[in-house]
Ligand binder design. Structure first.
Ligand code: PLP
Length: 372
């Protein structure tokens, strides 16, 4: 296979899906929707579909990808602050489970599209709960200053509007506070916010059929081999213990990263070893065009030299792209690196392949199933 390429270990994916399935099997009112933006590779989608997960989409293209890969429309929820008319139309025509609506303006447009197409829509309102996820600023979504969701003081009249429109079935509320959340406290705070909000709404005569708590569970980027499957027990038990679900109320989750991050790695080849005055560089053929997380969020992926077991030496591992941010690791201790060695960037299954680009006229990376 030409490098750089993505390699997916489907055994790790299945181990992960099995754990999730145990939780949903014992809690029949729980539904897990895979956030397809994390990775839309058909190899993975096939397994995820086999385990009965639904899909969380944030674009029309993602709805189409979910349908093309065999997911029933009735398993699809659709969020996003900027849904275009054609995307809303596609969702209405396919008959998705629920729109997660992020503003009053969007609610009005969905009503208009329903009218034009002669369709009805299931509506949940995305609430900005003002909970700090304590994660990187660029992947925090649930603070008052973020662009996502409807702020609580503005919520009641918008719920009433959704309830009063005969084209809508008002389902409930949606939340998503951020991504790569390793400290469980923000999830506990979210549950408490949801409980308070639900009490407040009930005193106003508003009942919710469903609550969607989004995703955001993080993974171990530094020790992927020790923690190939995230700590779902820790995560799910918070919602089981803290959230005061009413009888018959449905609970939805939207996990992306936690499902696919550890099953993928990016394999790259060393093009050059360059000695500077103070630093030694391992220049690899992958760049931020294939894996943008380090450049975008200062993320670090564990780097493994697959080809060498020589003595450990210190390298900056960098890509070929003409941008100084195209760096995968500084002062990495790696078995002596030579031209032609294969290296792997681990934990790259989420927000890796889906974020790859053609900058510098580079081709998109291929992928294969493989063991590691
Ligand atoms: C991205 C996203 C998710 C998934 O987030 P992860 O951190 O990958 O679990 C869930 N819900 C919404 C609305 C999202 O935008």
């Amino acid at each position: 296979m030409r490098t750089p390429f993505y390699q997916y270990n489907l055994e790790i994916l299945e181990d992960t899906l099995k754990e999730i399935k145990e939780w949903t099997a014992t809690n029949p009112d729980w539904h897990v929707h895979y956030a397809i933006k994390a990775n839309a590779n058909p190899l993975l989608l096939k397994r995820i579909n086999e385990y009965g997960l639904g899909i969380d989409c944030v674009s029309g293209g993602e709805i189409q990808a979910a349908l093309d890969n065999g997911f029933p429309a009735s398993s699809i929820v659709f969020a996003g602050v900027g849904k275009a008319d054609w995307e809303i139309d596609l969702a209405l025509r396919s008959g998705i489970l629920c729109f997660n609506v992020e503003s009053e303006a969007e609610l009005d447009v969905i009503a208009e599209r329903c009218m034009i197409l002669g369709k009805t829509a299931h509506i949940a309102l995305r609430v900005n709960p003002d909970v700090d996820a304590h994660t990187h600023a660029n992947i925090t979504t649930g603070k008052a200053e973020n662009k996502f969701g409807i702020e609580i003081p503005m919520l009641l009249p918008i719920i009433r509007k959704a309830q009063q429109n005969p084209l809508f079935e008002f389902e409930g509320l949606h939340f998503h506070i951020g991504s790569q959340i390793m400290d469980m406290e923000p999830f506990r705070l979210l549950c408490r916010k949801v409980n308070e909000l639900q009490n407040m709404l009930e005193t106003n005569g508003i009942k919710l059929n469903s609550i969607n708590v989004g995703g955001g569970l993080g993974v171990d980027y530094e020790n992927p081999e020790l923690n190939p499957v995230p700590d779902f027990k820790q995560y799910f038990s918070i919602f089981r213990d803290e959230l005061k679900l009413r009888s018959g109320q449905q609970l939805h989750f939207e996990l992306g990263r936690a499902i696919v991050a550890q099953c993928g790695r990016l394999v790259t080849k060393v093009l050059y070893v360059k000695q500077g005055t103070i630093k030694k560089f391992a220049i690899v053929d992958a760049g931020f065009t294939e894996l943008i997380r380090p450049a975008l969020y200062g993320a670090h992926h564990k780097i493994v030299n697959i080809s060498s077991n020589g003595p450990l030496q210190r390298y900056d591992v960098v890509g070929p792209i003409c941008e100084s941010s195209d760096i995968f690791g500084k002062d990495e201790m790696l078995p002596e690196v030579h031209r032609g060695d294969f290296m792997a960037l681990m934990t790259a299954g989420a927000y890796g392949e889906t974020m790859s680009s053609g900058y510098n006229c580079r081709p998109l990376p291929p992928s294969e199933a493989g063991k590691f």
